[in-house]
Structures are given as structure tokens and as C-alpha cells.
Design a protein around this ligand. Structure first.
Ligand code: 16G
Ligand code: ZN
Length: 531
């Protein structure tokens, strides 16, 4: 009853935006920052319930809106192993966020009973935020909800999203056989830098790397990381976190991927290796200007194929390929050429899932080594307990085998297995290119992307667009799938699908085909059929 009173009193400090319905979506709650107070308060209450339900394990709360414009913000929960919130709990988040403030304490109570939470259990929460101006107000609201529900909490201030995921996993594995690292920012840098050094034994990074940090939290954090790194020459650009409007503006991974061009501010010369992070540093894409000054993108599909081929080679050199099942997870957005390359050249199994990291991550866990990336640059590699054991316990029969085993071991530390992490993925790519002795040009040369086009279509009601087969087909509206199939059959290597966005009020149409004009044409025709 004391807690209930405290919740109500704290909640009534805020005002609920009128007529707005909130939904915990693909990446938590995300919207204009000035609408978020009561949502963040609700998330604080849910974090407390989640931690109590899991006997006081640490839960993470990240305040960020990733690649969205500066005036937006968002909030999401992180589960104990550094994974996204369990899907079943998303509905509870939605319920709390929509509860009237006068009765939000009653909803909290209802949930305690419904989910069977032992209210006497301790609750522990860590939180952090990106560099958005609204972040400080929102963590204030979060602290109020945590204080009202008597939660023990730690404020990690500014962090990248993957850093917070890392800290959560470290906190919950401390002192167990699954210990993941020091639960501090410094521990994160040390773990990455030490494992990078090990992976780089005997090889050297060729040339420098320019990293566009989207004017977000990745900038200062990359600069910190660089203090721990050696043998790599990184030039940081777009790291202005003082001017709040510059965040994600004309730069960053989302800009580069959707516009298919370098940030206008880029001063890179031909064949210079460039990379872009997004606003909270969980997405990474590479690119360069070729000899004819044509922009060349190396997106998430490319990182996946690069990582899968490298890990496959190492496993063979280490003599453990038959003991570890390596697989790749993609979404419908993966370029058809990347899928072909994985199947026919790398000869690895592929799972296609719905869009959204949680789906890919989940599927990746079905492999011993699960390489998952969305084309937009979000992804990582997971290692099963079996894989970790095999890597650790195999007795090398030769120096070459020993070297391969040690490299694999270091890779399992270099890769942030909790969640896709642009900084960790960047070091992974740099290490692989160094091992292969490749410039971005050779990397691009592994296969040729099919030209593709993405179109955003405004519709009256996107909820009627129901997809199946990992969003590659539509079952509703009736007849539309047939139309799409007959359209795509007219184009050489034509493939197209339409799906309702999980983050915006729109339908997205993707099309690829053998030539640029065919891809554009197919996309336009399918978009017309959709609207
Ligand atoms: C979210 C997802 C991202 C996905 C995107 C698709 C996470 C952390 N983020 O940003 O992975 O690609 O949604 O957006 O899961 P859409 O549904 O609007 O196309
Ligand atoms: Zn992001």
C-alpha cells in the first residue's frame, strides 16, 4: 500500500498526452520526446516488475531513439543476458503506458498478480541514455518511477545502446562460470581492445579508417575506445554532440544506407575505407568511392558474409568445422546475391526471419555459431555453449591449428554477443580485412549486389497488410500477393515484397532485379498495387 501510494504520487507529477495510444514496438517506445514522460514512467514500473519476477536480476533501461531525428526519443528494456525484452512482456509495457495516471498503481498491482511477481523480491535496474537533449529529463522521470517502487538502480549516464546491453549481461553473470566481463564502461573498452589485439596477432591493418559517428553518442565513446586500441588508425568525423540538431542529420548509418551515398560532409578520397554508425551506435555500414567515383556500399549483408566466411575458414583451420554448426540469419531485405553467395559459395545454411533484431537473434541461437545481420547494419554473431566448449577444449595438433583456435577464442570476446554493436562489429571487420589482406574493393568483389529499391507507401490502414513466410509474402489484402508475383515474374531476377512498417505508419515495398531500371520499375509497380 505504501508503494502504491508512492507510485500514484509520483505519477501525478506528469501529464498524459491526450488521445494518444502507446505501443511497445519493434524497438520499444519511440516518438516525439515531449510525449514520453508518462511512457518512461511506465517503463520504470515495468523494469521493477521484470527484475522482481527474475529474482532481482539486473534489468536495463535504455533511453534512445537511435537513428530518428533529434527531437524524437525512445525507451526500451534490456533483459538479464543483454537481450531484448521477452516478447510476452511487451503487452504489459503497452498496458502500463496506456493506463490513466490515477489508476496506474492499480494496473501495477494487477500485473503483480497476473504475472505472479513476488513483490518482496529485490529489484535492480541499470540505465543509460544517448546524447539527445531530452534524455536528462527522461532519466529523471525514470528515476522517479524506480524510487517509488524501491528499486536499487545505477545511472550509467551516456552510453551506446550496446554498452548498456554489455553492462547488464556482465552484472548478471558476475562470479558465475558465464562471467562476461567487468560491468563498467572501462571494462567494455578493455575487453574489446584486448581481444582485438589477440585477433590481430601476426597481421596489420592496411591504411586508415574514417568513422562517421552520426553526431551521436558513438563519437565520444569511439574516442574513448581508441585510447585502449593500438595498431589501428581511426579518423573520427561527425562527432558533434554539442549542437543538438546535428544528430543523425545528413550523416550516420541510416542516411548512408537509405540514400545510398556518403554523408555530404565526407572528405574521403577514392578507395578510402569509410564506416558510419547510427545515433546509438548499434548499426554499422562500410562504404568507399571507387576509381570511377562511384559510391560503393558494404552493408549488413556484406558484414554477415565476411564474418561467416572468416569464421568458417578459422573453424576449418582449427580442425573443428564438423563440431560446430555455422549458420546465417537474414531478413527479406537481404540482397538476393548475398543469399546466393552464402548458399552456393560459403555453403552455409540460412534462416530468414521477420524484421527486428529480436527475431534474428532468436534464430541465430539455433546454430552453434549464428551470424545475423539486417541489411541496415544491425547484427552480431552468437556462439553456443557447445561452440565455446569446443573452441576452448580442443587440443591443437599443429602451430597453425593453435593459432586458429586462439583467434576463434579471441573472436568470441571481441564480438558483443548480447546485441549488435557497431564498435565491436567495426573491430571485427577491420580484423578480418587485415587477415585477408583485403581493401574494401576486394571485399566488394566477392559478389555483385542486385540493384534494389525501397519505397515507402502511405496507406489508410496498414494493419490490413498481413505477412507470412518471414514477411516475404502477404496473405491479406486478398489477391495482392498474386499481383506482386505476376509483376516480379516479368523481370530478370525480379523479387519484391510489401510489409507494414513496425515503426512508422506506412507500408514498405522492396524490389530487386537484374538491372537498376528493372528494380526501380518493379518497385514502382508494386507500390502502385499497394496504395
Ligand atoms: C527497428 C529495429 C530494426 C529494424 C527496424 C525496421 C531493433 C532494435 N530495431 O528499428 O532492427 O530494422 O525497426 O523498421 O530491433 P520498420 O518496421 O519500420 O521497417
Ligand atoms: Zn540504433
Amino acid at each position: 500500500p505504501a508503494v502504491k501510494k508512492a507510485i500514484t504520487e509520483a505519477a501525478l507529477q506528469y501529464t498524459k498526452p491526450e488521445g494518444k495510444v502507446f505501443e511497445y514496438g519493434t524497438a520499444g517506445f519511440r516518438m516525439k520526446a515531449d510525449l514520453l514522460n508518462t511512457v518512461v514512467f511506465a517503463v520504470g514500473l515495468l523494469a521493477s516488475l521484470r527484475s522482481k519476477k527474475l529474482s532481482g536480476q539486473w534489468i536495463g533501461v535504455m533511453v534512445t531513439a537511435s537513428h530518428n531525428p533529434a527531437e524524437d526519443n525512445g525507451v526500451k528494456l534490456v533483459d538479464p543476458m543483454g537481450e531484448m525484452l521477452e516478447a510476452e512482456w511487451e503487452a504489459y509495457a503497452t498496458r502500463l503506458a496506456n493506463a490513466p495516471l490515477e489508476s496506474i498503481a492499480d494496473v501495477y498491482d494487477e500485473l503483480v498478480k497476473e504475472i505472479d511477481v513476488k513483490i518482496a523480491n529485490p529489484a535492480r535496474v541499470v540505465f543509460a541514455r544517448d546524447t539527445r537533449a531530452s534524455g536528462s529529463r527522461l532519466v529523471g522521470v525514470l528515476s522517479a518511477a524506480l524510487t517509488a517502487t524501491e528499486v536499487e538502480f545505477i545511472d550509467f549516464k551516456f552510453m551506446t545502446t550496446p554498452q548498456l546491453h554489455y553492462v547488464v549481461r556482465c552484472k548478471n553473470t558476475l562470479g558465475t562460470q558465464y562471467e562476461y566481463g567487468e560491468p563498467t564502461e572501462q571494462g567494455y573498452y578493455e575487453k574489446l581492445a584486448n581481444s582485438f589485439k589477440k585477433v590481430m596477432r601476426g597481421v596489420k591493418v592496411q591504411g586508415g579508417l574514417t568513422v562517421d559517428c552520426a553526431n551521436g553518442v558513438g563519437g565520444p565513446k569511439l574516442r574513448e575506445l581508441m585510447k585502449f586500441l593500438s595498431g589501428i588508425d581511426i579518423k573520427v568525423v561527425n562527432d558533434d554532440v554539442i549542437n543538438p540538431d546535428s544528430l543523425n542529420f545528413d550523416c550516420g548509418a541510416d542516411y548512408v544506407k537509405t540514400k545510398q551515398r556518403a554523408p555530404p560532409s565526407s572528405k574521403a578520397a577514392q578507395l578510402d575505407r569509410c564506416a558510419s554508425l547510427d545515433g546509438d551506435a548499434d548499426r554499422l555500414v562500410y562504404y568507399f568511392q571507387d576509381e570511377s567515383n562511384v559510391f560503393r556500399l558494404l552493408d549488413g549483408d556484406r558484414i554477415a558474409t565476411l564474418a561467416a566466411s572468416f569464421i568458417g575458414d578459422l573453424a576449418r583451420s582449427a580442425g573443428i568445422a564438423s563440431k560446430m554448426k555455422i549458420g546465417v540469419v537474414q531478413t527479406a531485405y537481404a540482397n538476393g546475391s548475398s543469399t546466393d553467395y552464402i548458399e552456393k559459395v560459403l555453403k552455409l545454411p540460412i534462416i530468414c526471419t521477420n524484421t527486428g533484431v529480436k527475431h534474428l537473434h532468436h534464430a541465430a541461437l539455433r546454430f552453434d555459431v549464428g551470424v545475423y545481420f539486417e541489411a541496415n547494419g544491425h547484427g552480431t554473431v552468437t556462439f553456443s555453449e557447445n561452440a565455446l566448449k569446443v573452441i576452448k577444449n580442443t587440443e591443437p595438433q599443429s602451430p597453425a591449428q593453435q593459432h586458429a583456435l586462439e583467434s576463434l577464442q579471441a573472436l568470441t570476446d571481441l564480438i558483443n554477443q548480447a546485441v549488435g554493436d557497431a564498435l565491436s562489429d567495426m573491430l571485427l571487420v577491420e580484423a578480418i580485412l587485415a587477415h585477408k589482406g583485403w581493401s574494401p574493393k576486394e571485399w566488394l568483389g566477392t559478389y555483385t549486389d542486385l540493384p534494389s529499391r525501397l519505397v515507402r507507401v502511405e496507406v489508410n490502414d496498414r494493419s490490413i497488410f498481413k505477412a507470412y513466410d518471414a514477411e516475404r509474402k502477404l496473405e491479406s489484402p486478398v489477391g495482392l500477393q498474386g499481383t506482386i508475383e505476376s509483376l516480379q515474374s516479368r523481370y530478370n531476377k525480379g523479387r519484391s515484397f510489401a510489409r507494414a512498417s513496425g515503426t512508422e505508419d506506412a507500408v514498405r515495398v522492396y524490389a530487386e532485379a537484374a538491372s537498376r531500371s528493372e528494380a526501380d520499375d518493379l518497385a514502382t509497380r508494386v507500390a502502385n498495387a499497394v496504395s
